[in-house]
Design a protein around this ligand. Structure first.
Ligand SMILES: *Cc1c(COP(=O)(O)O)cnc(C)c1O
Length: 430
């Protein structure tokens, strides 16, 4: 399968190169050249398939013959090592829980799939490559876990000192082996800037790759759980509406792609916090990216969502057709905490801030009787412990995945500036 750059200035490339490069040379993100709907027969009989079989059917056209079926099936089974439960919390509304993986956020799926694809492509090589990534919290943990012990791959994660939660820091800094954490004396933007500089630095860039959310191997497998949700909810005989808490819009874009493959989804809601570039665009017709603002749903603090351009491409850049199946609403922190409270009081369900924003999206949409609403719960409440315990009259039990790492010792290299990162990479590249 070939991919083209959405800046249209780089040549087409295959799945393998698109995964290794991440971003095209012209700085555009990659998009599949051809999207073939799945056989109707498969969708109609989806309840007869296991999750692993569904994932294989869904992803195989995007990989093409570059990974043989047996290897691809193995990658899928390593990626989908946990459940994606649907929890009905009130009449016609359910939470799709994506947080039962090793780091308890949905990014586990994309990170693991990408790690396994890279490891497969790197298998025959002597030389190592280094995955360099900056994180504001969730991405780092998922990438560290996904790439742990991946053959021939070294991972270097930059995070801002004192700006990630205790649990997130433990997830980044305690794994060891091929994972190195670098604690930057600065904020997330400083980390991001250092990563960008490294990619432009010819002394070291040759053996570097990124595990950024725009990578097709992180984006595409996110289609899986929309199919799993459909499989579970098919018996309801209702039209499905998905509300996706959105930051970089990768997750919701995968949902839209699933719909293009023939999955019967009636409507999408991209629910955002006050970082409202997309809701504004749909309302006013002008796309105006802005610097991000800090909120309590901080994994969605994105002012210029990098995947939105893929959604536009899926609709041939026709905003009117897009608006028929896609809405976007923005919510404040006050609305978010109030919703966490009312949902807990009314249903007993503990939503963390991102899930609560998703729930708000469904409410704003006003479901019809013929519709069934699903909001994506993208992280376990424990990952946003402070805000959850401050808002709700509860103590969140610590799940085993997290308990396991809390007593482990943090190991990180402290740096202040780019030249220290460069020296580290030069001394540690083969
Ligand atoms: C990354 C993340 C999001 C946003 O997902 P996008 O694909 O960037 O829109 C939402 N919630 C949580 C918990 C996340 O970690």
């Amino acid at each position: 399968m070939n991919y083209y750059s959405l800046h249209h200035k780089s040549p087409k490339t295959n799945f393998k190169n698109a995964v290794i490069e991440g971003l095209a040379k012209d700085r555009g993100i990659y998009f599949p050249e051809k999207i073939t709907p799945l056989p109707k027969n498969f969708i109609d009989n989806i309840t007869n398939y296991s999750n692993h079989e569904i994932a294989f059917e869904v992803i195989k056209q995007f990989v093409g013959d570059e990974i043989p079926p047996t290897a691809l099936k193995e990658i899928i089974s390593k990626t989908l090592s946990f459940d994606f439960p649907i929890v009905e919390i009130e009449n016609n509304i359910a939470s799709l829980e994506l947080f039962h993986g090793p780091t308890m956020a949905f990014k586990d799926v994309g990170a693991k799939f990408m790690a396994e694809c890279l490891a497969y492509f790197n298998n025959d090589k002597e030389t190592e490559i280094t995955v360099l990534v900056a994180t504001s919290g969730d991405t780092g943990g998922a990438v560290a876990n996904g790439f742990l012990e991946a053959k021939g791959i070294k991972v270097v994660i930059l995070y801002p000192s004192g700006k990630v939660s205790n649990i997130q820091e433990k997830q980044l800094t305690t794994l060891g082996k091929n994972i190195t954490a670098i604690e930057v004396n600065g904020v997330f933007d400083d980390c991001q800037e250092m990563v960008k500089t490294a990619f432009l630095d010819e002394d070291i860039s040759r053996k570097l790759t990124s595990a950024n959310s725009i990578n097709i191997a992180r984006w595409l497998p996110q289609m899986f759980y929309f199919f799993f949700a459909y499989k579970t909810l098919k018996k309801k005989n209702k039209e499905l509406v998905f509300s996706v808490p959105s930051g970089n819009f990768g997750n919701i874009c995968a949902g839209v792609l699933a719909q293009k493959l023939g999955l019967p989804i009636k409507h999408f809601i991209a629910a955002t916090n006050i970082n409202d570039t997309v809701p504004n665009y749909l309302q006013k017709g002008q796309y105006q990216p802005k610097p991000s603002k800090a909120t309590i749903s901080n994994a969605m603090d994105v002012g210029n969502p990098s995947n939105f351009i893929r959604i536009e491409e899926l609709f041939q850049n026709n905003i009117e057709t897009l608006k028929k199946v896609f809405s976007s609403f923005s919510f404040s922190d006050e609305e978010t905490t109030k919703t966490m409270e009312t949902v807990y009081k009314k249903t007993g369900y503990i939503a963390e801030p991102h899930g609560a924003v998703g729930y708000l999206g469904l409410k704003k949409h006003q479901l019809k009787d013929t519709e069934f609403g699903v909001f994506l719960e993208t992280a376990h409440p424990v990952k946003f412990l402070d805000i959850v315990e401050k808002t709700l009259p509860i103590k969140v039990p610590i799940p085993p995945q997290i308990k396991k790492i809390l007593h482990k010792e943090k190991v990180a290299i402290q740096i202040n500036e780019y030249k220290e990162l460069k020296a580290y990479l030069q001394n540690n590249q083969p």
